[in-house]
Design a protein around this ligand. Structure first.
Ligand code: PAZ
Length: 321
């Protein structure tokens, strides 16, 4: 099902998008997601003043090679950027819809031990389960902060795995947040596949290995950023991310993406240095942002989200005048 907004679906890009959605397997839990979104948006909108709501996307999308999927192509992303940014945005007063790849980092979990889950717990003489002493403060803090965000209506977590799920859910979120107008922000840190196998031309069963080299044709995933900007959520403040491994082409590619898709900002980052520095590319300049190296527990997402929130404030003010 494709929601085109008020425009006619007549451009070649729009027909590619339409055919992507038409051929995608429908979301299993579409009705439940839609209900959760409706409630979350209603909770954060009121006549006395709408809270700012950010949709933070995080983690990589998979491209299945078989309908009963055994093999898939993946995009690199640990989800750290999205999870940390979500925590900072909530601290700055935002409500966040966290659209994340199942199994990647989640907000409030970064201070938890990397050790296997079961190593954090022990059984007492009275047969109760308790957190082992060295982990207890970190676990307590994570549970408390996570609970406060979810119970306070400030965090809605929606997991995806495939490119099909991701784009359908992004569209649902964008259309549901239209009523928020300029108070809505899209912070698109997920690493989204550029190529996919259309569902209808995909093998149903596990591809057999006996018949020699595998020859698969991947189609280009239609670029949804323009349609997000122009049709799904035309009033929202939109930030996309550009990852490159070649620093020479990074800033130029980020600026091209900004212009081509009408983004309000593009965050340019290079794979190896992405945790230390990024560059925010806007229509009036390129602003480098660095992690505070004087503090061991600082991250680059703190100054990054602060800068983008300031830009969002200006955007809201300008939209209201
Ligand atoms: O998830 P992570 O913290 O490991 O990495 C974040 C990132 C590099 C995936 C993100 O900053 C990014 O650039 N996302 C967009 C990637 C792209 O499609 O260009």
């Amino acid at each position: 099902m494709f929601y085109a907004g008020n425009r006619e679906m007549d451009s070649p890009l729009n027909s590619e998008i339409e055919s992507f959605f038409d051929s995608a397997p429908p979301l299993n839990d579409r009705a439940a997601i839609s209900e959760k979104l409706k409630e979350f948006i209603a909770l954060n909108s009121s006549e006395s003043g709408t809270r700012r709501v950010a949709c933070v996307t995080s983690g990589g999308t998979t491209v299945p090679l078989e309908q009963r999927c055994v093999r898939y192509i993946d995009n690199f992303s640990s989800g750290h950027r999205g999870a940390a940014s979500t925590e900072h945005l909530i601290k700055m007063g935002y409500a966040v819809i966290f659209l994340y790849r199942r199994g990647t980092c989640e907000p409030y979990c970064s201070s938890l031990p990397d050790d296997a889950f079961l190593e954090c717990f022990e059984v007492t003489k009275e047969s109760a389960v308790q957190v082992c002493q060295p982990y207890s403060e970190a676990v307590k803090r994570a549970i408390r902060d996570h609970h406060a965000a979810v119970a306070g209506g400030l965090l809605l977590k929606l997991p995806f795995t495939t490119i099909f799920e991701y784009l359908q859910m992004l569209q649902m979120i964008a259309v549901s947040s239209r009523s928020l107008g300029p108070c809505s922000m899209f912070y698109l840190a997920a690493a989204v596949s550029d190529f996919y196998v259309p569902w209808k031309s995909m093998a149903e069963h596990k591809i057999q290995s006996g018949s020699g080299p595998l020859d698969i044709q991947l189609l280009q995933v239609p670029k949804m950023l323009s349609v997000l900007r122009k049709e799904w959520a035309p009033m929202a403040f939109c930030i996309s991310f550009k990852l490159e491994t070649d620093a020479e082409i990074l800033l130029e590619k980020a600026d091209m993406a900004r212009k081509k898709y009408g983004m309000h900002a593009v965050v340019a980052n290079e794979l190896l240095s992405r945790k230390e520095q990024v560059v925010v590319v806007t229509n009036n300049g390129k602003i480098p942002v660095y992690r505070d190296k004087t503090s061991s527990d600082s991250d680059v997402e703190k100054p990054l989200t602060k800068l983008l929130v300031d830009r969002h404030s200006v955007y809201i003010k300008d939209s209201n005048t």
